[in-house]
Design a protein around this ligand. Structure first.
Ligand code: ADP
Ligand code: MG
Length: 541
């Protein structure tokens, strides 16, 4: 883990502004620390040696304390703002990027991981900005200023600090080295524990049914014990390490103090300078020790931001920016020799697939499960880039066109209908925002869902509707669009025979080009042509 991830500065302007402000605040803090030490030394020496008044020095000290308080306050304000700004920038960038990567990349497990990352995960950046980064800046400004000023009064003391100071980061690195493995073990134990709990709770009914619920007790206890042991282990190291660092800093200060004391007795050093050096010495070590503490507190946030950068650095498929997409109402679509192998798979999902889609025809895609039917639709939509082969329309390859313009030609009903919170009407209206209620009713009627009230709430991901109803709402939405080509992934699954007949009539009379993944005989029979995926010799038969 780097102390400061340069990608964070590159991606988020808020982080750059924050760093600049923090450096200013850090330098000001360093100056105030030195001024405070000088004033204290001057005041004490004045009282002891000359019996002088302290009021002028006291006012100066008060001003310094107020100044330091203001700086801490300012740092806090700047940090909170920066954290909020950076989090929202990163969230927006990840959302934009994953939209461009498309739904195939954003498979269901990835989308739930991404949800956690973008909500809870990124919130862990708060301590990173509020604690760690300011401390990092202080650690790189304050010791330098302190040692520099000490050198003007007492070179030997400054040299002592200069030599002992690097011991702290060295020890921190050594300790970090040891803790890394331990904290990884703890993270792992925690993940196992969480997974196990979720598993047991999720399957409690089944476990109860088969009389195995009791047996889980010991399993959970075992996992919990391991987690407890791992936690105690890392706590032990954490306490021990802060003790070691504390000791190191104290010994170093003592070393400085002994030297200063001896020279003071010898008369080689004035009392005021000696006091100044003694007051300043601990200040040189403090920021470095603090940065080590905060480093651990912000580790989760850094891990989350690394995850974010991994998403942002996923390359986008290369697409052109031509906006003159041919009108598929009159232009046929061709797929030539399309071959798709998903990342991490050995077998191609689609191997040398050819297809011609003429305007106005209804084509059924058939084939066994996993043959690559949904992949054909994803290729047409540009969500998957084939490793070999092309999609051609009007003499140009599809990837020359701007993907957004290209997709305007298509309405897509995926296997999972993808409804969102709101009413039935809201969801259908996504197809054409300016559609009237009557048009929506008509679309629902065509989709075989005449009985569905427009103002019925669909719930999150359409959970308040049955599977068949969700599919019909999605179909109505697709029918409502102006897109000339409909891509339907099993549009009549979960529909009864009457509804299916209504859908078939609607598809046939829509005048649109239809490419549909079909299993049911009635749907297949309604097509002009059937194309089988996964069996090369049968393609276009
Ligand atoms: P069908 O729709 O015909 O059932 P798909 O096109 O969904 O088939 O899938 C074809 C093959 O590609 C299957 O073996 C499937 O497991 C695999 N596949 C589909 N989507 C992905 C993906 N996002 N990542 C990896 N493999 C995938
Ligand atoms: Mg499929």
């Amino acid at each position: 883990m780097k102390p400061l991830d340069p990608r964070l500065l590159k991606r988020a302007r808020g982080a750059r502004v924050f760093l600049a402000a923090s450096v200013l605040i850090g330098v000001a803090s360093g100056v105030l620390i030195v001024v405070q030490a000088v004033l204290l030394a001057h005041g004490i020496a004045g009282v002891v040696l000359r019996g002088s008044e302290v009021s002028a020095v006291a006012w100066g000290l008060i001003a310094v304390v107020v100044g330091r308080a203001l700086l801490v306050w300012g740092q806090e304000v700047v940090a909170q703002r920066a954290a909020a700004a950076v989090k929202s920038t990163l969230r927006r960038q990840v959302l934009e990027h994953s939209l461009k990567l498309g739904p195939v990349w954003l498979s269901s497990e990835r989308s739930s991981a991404l949800t956690t990352l973008l909500t809870k995960g990124l919130d862990d950046l708060d301590p990173y900005f509020a604690r760690y980064l300011p401390q990092l800046v202080l650690a790189s400004t304050v010791p330098a200023g302190v040692i520099g000023w000490m050198a003007t009064g007492d070179l030997i003391a400054a040299g002592t600090v200069l030599v002992t100071l690097p011991l702290i980061p060295i020890f921190m690195a050594l300790i970090g080295w040891v803790t890394q493995a331990r904290s990884r073990r703890r993270q792992h134990a925690l993940a196992v524990l969480a997974h196990h709990f979720a598993d047991v709770v999720g399957g409690l009914t089944t476990l109860k049914l088969f009389g195995r619920a009791k047996a889980q007790e010991s399993a959970v206890r075992r996992v919990t014990d391991r987690h407890r042991a791992a936690s105690m282990g890392s706590l032990r190291v954490a306490f021990l390490s802060s003790f070691a660092l504390e000791l190191l800093a104290s010994l170093s200060v003592a070393l400085v103090a002994v030297g200063v004391g001896l020279r003071l007795v010898d008369g080689n050093l004035g009392l005021e300078t000696a006091l100044m050096v003694l007051i300043l010495a601990p200040e040189a070590y403090l920021p470095l020790r603090q940065v080590g503490l905060q480093f651990h507190a912000s580790a989760d946030g850094v891990a989350a931001s690394e995850e974010v950068f991994r998403v942002l650095e996923t390359p986008l498929p290369e697409r052109g920016d031509r906006a003159d997409v041919p009108d598929l109402r009159v232009t046929p679509l061709h797929l030539y020799d399309v071959t798709v192998t998903y990342p991490g798979r050995d077998e191609p999902a689609l191997d040398g697939f050819d297809l011609e889609l003429r305007p106005g025809e209804v084509v059924a895609l058939t084939g066994p499960s996993g043959a690559g039917k949904s992949t054909v639709l994803a290729v047409l939509l540009g969500f998957v880039m084939p490793q070999r082969g092309v999609v051609v329309a009007g003499g140009s390859a599809a990837d020359e066109f701007d993907p957004v313009e290209w997709r305007r030609q298509f309405a897509w009903v995926p296997q999972r209908p993808g409804l969102r919170m709101g009413t039935v009407a809201d969801n259908v209206r996504l197809g054409r925002p300016e559609a009237s209620d009557d048009e929506i009713r008509l679309a629902l009627l065509s989709a075989g869902a005449a009985g569905l009230p427009l103002d019925k709430l669909v719930g999150e991901e359409g959970q308040q509707l049955s599977g068949g109803q969700q599919r019909r709402v999605a179909l109505a939405r697709a029918l409502l669009t102006d897109a000339p080509v409909l891509l339907l992934d099993e549009p009549t699954a979960g529909l009864d025979a009457d509804a299916e007949a209504a859908v078939i009539t609607a598809l046939r009379s829509s005048g649109k080009t239809v490419l549909m993944v079909a299993h049911r005989p009635a749907l297949i029979a309604s097509a002009d042509r059937t194309v089988t995926v996964g069996a090369r010799e049968l393609v276009n038969a």
